[in-house]
Design a protein around this ligand. Structure first.
Ligand SMILES: C[S@@+](CC[C@H](N)C(=O)[O-])C[C@H]1O[C@@H](n2cnc3c(N)ncnc32)[C@H](O)[C@@H]1O
Length: 229
């Protein structure tokens, strides 16, 4: 029987307050900058990001480059929380099959359009974590909302996940969807509760971690990889 983890912040109260202030600033910037559709040139692709969908950021390339380095021909890839479809589009150039899912209908529509625009085939579905996912995958990519506060709308739900419900459900369900020898690529940041992420990963039977830094993997090899911002 797998242990369930209920979330309480592992960060110190003063750090939580600092992250809360930082988050508010990030959210207001997202709302202002994301009020209209934007076009991004990114790792050789062009992506259109409509209002309410997570944009490409100055950090996105850290995960994008890790996806390009990790995906292998023949892989079945799951992109959890696909947003604009950015990592699914990158993986689809090499993988045999890519499923991209997101809880936000605007993200699902954007990912479909971005796949077409970039000439790749991706299966895109609306899904609350694994609710519309079946089968096993060789590579699962997840760039989750980093914070744990309650979101006020879908724009904010791209960057915060109330009490880490989705992140927790992801780690509880991921073993069922990882093929034997499958790899997990999770992106996380220091504006999130890193200690909670570590606990989730330790409680799940995945090996932990390698880090992607400066264009290569470092640390002990295993079934679970992490990039950090
Ligand atoms: C930080 S954004 C990452 C978007 C994209 N993967 C990228 O790298 O730009 C997190 C994404 O997770 C999605 N998400 C949040 N909660 C989810 C859930 N319960 N199930 C599926 N996707 C979810 C959000 O809608 C958002 O698109």
């Amino acid at each position: 029987m797998e242990e369930k983890i209920a979330y309480t912040p592992r960060v110190r109260p003063e750090d939580a307050a600092r992250i809360r202030r930082w988050h508010e600033h990030a959210y207001q910037a997202l709302r202002e900058e994301g009020a209209r559709e934007r076009s991004f040139s990114y790792l050789g692709r062009t992506l259109l990001v409509p209002p309410g969908v997570q944009p490409i950021t100055g950090m996105s390339h850290l995960l994008g480059e890790a996806v390009l380095a990790e995906v292998r021909p023949g892989d079945r890839v799951l992109d959890m929380g696909t947003g604009s479809g950015v990592n699914a589009v990158l993986a689809a150039a090499t993988a045999a099959y890519v499923l991209a899912v997101d809880v936000n209908p605007a993200a699902v529509a954007a990912a479909r359009r971005n796949a077409e625009r970039n000439g790749v085939t991706i299966d895109v579905r609306e899904s609350d974590v694994f609710s519309a996912v079946e089968g096993e995958f060789d590579l699962i990519v997840f760039d989750p909302p980093f914070r744990w506060f309650a979101p006020r709308d879908l724009t904010e739900a791209a960057i915060t996940d109330a009490n880490y419900r989705a992140l927790t459900a992801f780690f509880h369900g991921v073993r069922r969807h990882l093929a034997s020898g499958g790899r997990l690529l999770v992106f996380f940041g220091t504006s999130g509760d890193l200690e909670y992420l570590r606990e989730l990963a330790r409680a799940r039977p995945v090996s932990w971690p390698r880090s992607w830094r400066d264009g290569s993997w470092s640390g002990t090899a295993g079934g679970s990889n992490t990039t950090r911002t």
